[in-house]
Design a binder for this molecule. Structure first.
Ligand SMILES: [Zn+2]
Length: 340
């Protein structure tokens, strides 16, 4: 085999070797094997001196061509390899992804409004435990042992060792806790979650929110209650609102009354939402029962007071035009985003 044939063979071997895919490491080795200082090409150049003088020029030309071919092919592979590296695909013309911005839950919005109105009238905010002692939820609130609210089917009793706790059915126990530790004058509201084992439907939820108000001082009258409740509803719904009080029974208060507000949809003329009555039921209220005062060590001869309780969902439903109480607790983001 003469040297020209040998060059042809080397070229074909190189071509065959570079048909396949490489790893970066294999390609590096190939470059060293062919183009390195002691590689095949360098070795061939060393052998030029062994070539007969008349063939040397031609051999040099073919060898140079081989070197250029090998170099070009290896560089081509290196370029392919670089282009396969993962690179960032950024289309700067695409609209950006806007981060989701959180907002206040509709019940929190209403609660903040309620709190603002009462703070403006000199009330402070108090809270108490949701897992409450049975005695605070019923006995100290003058709830007789036969009262249906105590029923197992209405109340979530907790399986504690002492069997003395439940999930509070109203926020009224907070009033007891405040009166036990604080002497009058007392002027507080107590907002919070309460629990009753109601089957969920559009108007019932086993969990809901109440806000409780309590005012105790010397000479507090039912007229104070009416004035405060009216000012509260006007603060929330506007100056056109009127209220009325209907006699009712609550264990905690005597006398007791349910509070109605003029329908905010028909302004009192009668519509479907107020069942043509022109009035909406809003909550319960009354003068604190003397028995309750005696239980917390306040002298009912010296002090008097009133209390009221109302549902926060009821107000949210009216203000936002929501027709199902369950929406406030399902926390569907499509619902919540309409408020924040
Ligand atoms: Zn109406």
């Amino acid at each position: 085999m003469n040297i020209s044939e040998e060059l042809g063979k080397i070229r074909r071997a190189f071509e065959a070797a570079t048909e396949a895919d490489f790893t970066a490491e294999e390609l590096g080795k190939l470059r060293v094997a062919y183009l390195g200082r002691k590689g095949i090409v360098a070795d061939l150049f060393d052998r030029i001196r062994d070539v007969p003088a008349d063939e040397r020029k031609e051999f040099g030309r073919v060898l140079n061509e081989l070197k250029l071919f090998v170099t070009a092919r290896i560089e081509e592979h290196e370029a392919t390899m670089r282009s396969k590296k993962p690179k960032e695909n950024v289309d700067v013309t695409l609209p950006g992804i806007v981060g989701f911005q959180g907002g206040l839950h509709p019940l929190t919005i209403i609660l903040n409004e309620i709190t603002d109105v009462f703070r403006g009238m000199g009330f402070t905010v108090e809270t108490g435990p949701e897992a409450e002692l049975i005695s605070y939820n019923f006995d100290k609130l003058n709830t007789p042992f036969w009262h249906p609210a105590r029923d197992l089917t209405d109340t979530f009793y907790l399986d504690t060792p002492a069997r003395d706790k439940l999930l509070r059915t109203e926020t009224s126990p907070v009033q007891i806790r405040v009166m036990e530790r604080q002497k009058p004058p007392i002027r507080i509201i107590a907002p919070g979650r309460v629990y009753r084992s109601d089957k969920p439907d559009a108007t019932h939820s086993p969990i809901f929110m109440q806000v409780e108000g309590l005012y105790v001082d010397k000479g507090v009258s039912f007229a104070d209650l009416k004035g405060t409740v009216l000012a509260f509803y006007r603060g929330l719904f506007g100056p056109h609102v009127k209220t009325r009080f209907r006699p009712h029974f609550f264990p905690f208060t005597e006398p007791s009354a349910e509070v109605d507000m003029t329908c905010i949809f028909c302004k009192g003329s009668g519509c479907r939402l107020c069942k043509q009555s022109g009035w909406l039921e809003m909550g319960g209220s009354g003068m604190v029962d003397p028995n309750v005062f005696l239980g917390v060590g306040i002298d009912p001869e010296e002090y008097s007071g009133w209390a009221f309780g109302l549902g926060i969902e009821r107000i949210a439903i009216l203000k936002f035009g929501v027709d199902d109480i369950r929406l406030f607790y399902e926390n569907d983001i499509r619902f919540l985003r309409q408020f924040g």
